[in-house]
Design a binder for this molecule. Structure first.
Ligand code: ADP
Ligand code: MG
Length: 472
C-alpha cells in the first residue's frame, strides 16, 4: 500500500519519465499480440539514461531474436514518447525468469504498472478479454470443478455467491473470470476489476474527494469480478469500503466472483469477516495440469493459432511430447511455449528440431546456462568422439582429432557467451582466427553432411539438457 502512495508522488514529480507500460501497449498494437506474447512481453524496463534506455531479457537467444527482428520498430515506438532516445541497450537477467510478473509488485522496476493506473478512468473497468472464453478453455481433472462452477454462475445467478476460485500462477483463473464476464455481459452489467485497481481507484477517489462516485460506481453493477484478491492488502478504511460494497452487492442480489492464488483462510492482510464471507460461498481450486490436460492444451492452442493463417503449421509429435513433459507447472508457460514455436516456424519457414526447441524455450525449461561450461562441452565432445581431453587440447592435426576439436569450439561459440579470444585460450591458446575457421568449417559441414548435423544436434542436446547428469 505504502508503495502505491509513493508511486503516486513519483508520478507527479517526474512525469517525463518513460512509461514502459505505454510502450508495451504500443508494441502489442503495432507488432501484434502473438509476437508480443511470445517475445516482447519478456522485456523488463531497467532504466532510462540521457539518450538511451536499458532493458533486460532472460536469455541471449531472446535478446538476439528481438534485436534482429524488432529492435528498429521498438526504437521507433520509444521515440514517439521521447525523441531524444536513440539507442536501446540490453542486459541479460536470468534469475527472475520463472516468476510471474504479478509476484513482483513491490520490485521497483515494476513501479510503472501502478503509476499507469492513474490514467485509467472508471470506464475502463469493464474490459473483458474476448480471447478468453469458455469455448477455448480446455478442461481436465485439475480444473473441471472450477470450470463447471463458473459455467453454472452464468446460467443460474446467485446460486453460488460469492464464487471463489483459487490456484497457482498461470492456471487459468483470469481466463475463467473473463469467460464469465464475456458470457454475462450479453445481458447484465458486468464489472471486471483486478483487486489492485480497486485499491488504486479507492485511493485516488479519496484523494480527489470523490468517494460518492466511487461508491455509486461499484455498487451499481450486476456482476462484480475481482481478480487476484490477494493483492487487496489495503489499510483499514479500504477494507471497510470493500466490505460494504461487497455486502451491498450481495444484498441486492448481484453476483460476485473472486479469484486468488490461495484459499480464503490463507489470505493474509485481509479482514477476518471478509474472509469468512468468501468461505460462505462456493470455494473451488484449480490444481496443476496433469499430462493429459497439458497435451490437450497444446493441441488446442496449435489449432487456435493455425486458424489465424492460411497455411497450417504441424509441430512434430516428438516436440509436443517434449513440451508437454517438460513444461508442467504452468499453463501460461505452456501456451507461451507454443506461441514461440509457432512464431519461430513462421519466421524461419521451418519447424524447429528438438535442439532448436530447447534453445528457443530455454528460459521456460530448467536449463541453466551457467552450467554450460567449456569444460563440460569438451568433456562431452571427447566422450562422444572417443578421444581423450589431452588429445583434443594437443596441437596434433590428425584428422580424427581435428573434427572433434572444431566441433567443441563451434559448440562453445554457440552455447556460451565467451568471446573468440577467450575460447582460443581455453583451447590451448589457439589464435582467434583458428576459432573463426573452426566455427565456419562446422557450419559448412552441417549444411552439407546430414550425419554431421545430427551429431551436432545430439551433442547440443546433451550439453544443454543433461547438464546435471553429466556434471563434471
Ligand atoms: P492465472 O490467472 O491463473 O494466472 P491465466 O488465466 O492468466 O492464469 O492463464 C494463463 C494463460 O493460459 C492464458 O493465456 C490462458 O488463456 C491460458 N489458459 C489457462 N488455462 C487454460 C485452459 N484450461 N485452456 C486453455 N487455455 C488456458
Ligand atoms: Mg490471473
Amino acid at each position: 500500500m505504502e508503495n502505491i502512495y509513493k508511486n503516486l508522488d513519483l508520478n507527479k514529480s517526474s512525469s517525463k519519465k518513460l512509461d514502459w507500460l505505454l510502450i508495451q501497449h504500443e508494441m502489442k498494437k503495432k507488432l501484434g499480440s502473438e509476437v508480443y506474447e511470445s517475445w516482447l512481453k519478456k522485456i523488463d524496463f531497467i532504466d532510462e539514461f540521457n539518450n538511451y534506455i536499458l532493458i533486460s531479457v532472460p536469455t541471449r537467444f531472446i535478446r538476439d531474436w528481438i534485436t534482429s527482428r524488432y529492435l528498429d520498430q521498438i526504437l521507433q515506438i520509444v521515440k514517439i514518447f521521447k525523441k531524444d532516445l536513440i539507442r536501446i541497450e540490453f542486459k541479460i537477467v536470468e534469475n527472475n525468469i520463472n516468476l510471474d510478473n504479478q509476484n513482483n509488485i513491490d520490485i521497483p522496476s515494476k513501479k510503472n504498472e501502478n503509476v499507469s493506473f492513474l490514467k485509467d478512468s472508471f470506464l475502463q473497468y469493464n474490459r473483458v478479454d474476448h480471447n478468453k472464453r469458455f469455448e477455448n478453455f480446455v478442461t481436465g481433472n485439475s480444473n473441471k470443478l472450477a470450470y463447471e462452477a463458473s459455467l453454472k454462475v452464468t446460467e443460474n445467478l446467485s446460486h453460488y455467491n460469492p464464487l471463489y476460485i483459487y490456484g497457482g500462477v498461470g492456471m487459468g483463473k483470469t481466463h475463467l473470470l473473463n469467460s464469465i464476464g464475456f458470457e454475462l455481459k450479453k445481458r447484465k452489467k458486468v464489472m471486471f476489476v483486478p483487486a489492485e485497481r480497486f485499491m488504486y481507484q479507492f485511493i485516488k477517489s479519496i484523494k480527489a474527494n470523490d468517494m460518492v462516485r466511487f461508491k455509486e460506481y461499484f455498487r451499481n453493477t450486476d456482476i462484480l469480478l475481482i481478480d487476484d484478491i490477494q493483492f487487496m492488502n489495503g489499510k483499514e478504511a479500504m477494507q471497510e469500503e470493500f466490505f460494504h460494497t461487497f455486502n451491498a452487492l450481495l444484498d441486492k442480489g448481484s453476483q460476485i466472483i473472486v479469484s486468488a492464488d490461495r484459499s480464503p483462510n490463507k489470505l493474509s492482510r485481509i479482514q477476518e469477516r471478509i474472509k469468512s464471507r468468501f468461505s460462505g460461498g462456493l470455494v473451488v481450486d484449480i490444481q496443476k495440469p496433469d499430462l493429459e490436460l497439458r497435451r490437450n492444451i497444446i493441441e488446442n492452442k496449435i489449432n487456435e493459432l493455425n486458424k489465424l493463417y492460411a497455411d497450417k503449421i504441424e509441430i512434430s509429435k516428438e516436440i509436443k511430447d517434449f513440451i508437454s513433459l517438460e513444461i508442467s507447472s504452468s499453463i501460461r508457460e505452456l501456451v507461451g511455449a507454443i506461441n514461440r514455436l509457432i512464431s519461430f516456424s513462421r519466421i524461419y519457414n521451418k519447424l524447429p528440431n528438438l535442439a532448436e526447441t530447447k534453445i528457443v524455450l530455454k528460459d521456460l525449461l530448467n536449463i541453466n546456462e551457467n552450467k554450460v561450461t567449456i569444460d563440460l562441452i569438451q568433456t562431452l565432445v571427447c566422450k562422444f568422439f572417443k578421444i581423450s581431453k589431452n588429445e583434443m587440447l594437443s596441437s596434433r592435426r590428425s584428422r580424427y582429432l581435428v573434427r572433434p576439436r572444431q566441433t567443441a569450439i563451434y559448440l562453445t561459440k554457440i552455447l556460451t557467451s565467451k568471446s573468440l579470444p577467450e575460447i582460443g585460450r581455453e583451447f590451448s591458446n589457439r589464435d582467434h582466427t583458428t576459432i573463426i575457421h573452426s566455427v565456419k568449417t562446422i557450419e559448412r559441414l552441417k549444411e552439407n553432411d546430414k550425419d554431421m548435423a545430427e551429431n551436432i544436434n545430439n551433442l547440443k542436446n546433451q550439453i544443454l539438457y543433461n547438464t546435471k547428469e553429466n556434471e563434471v
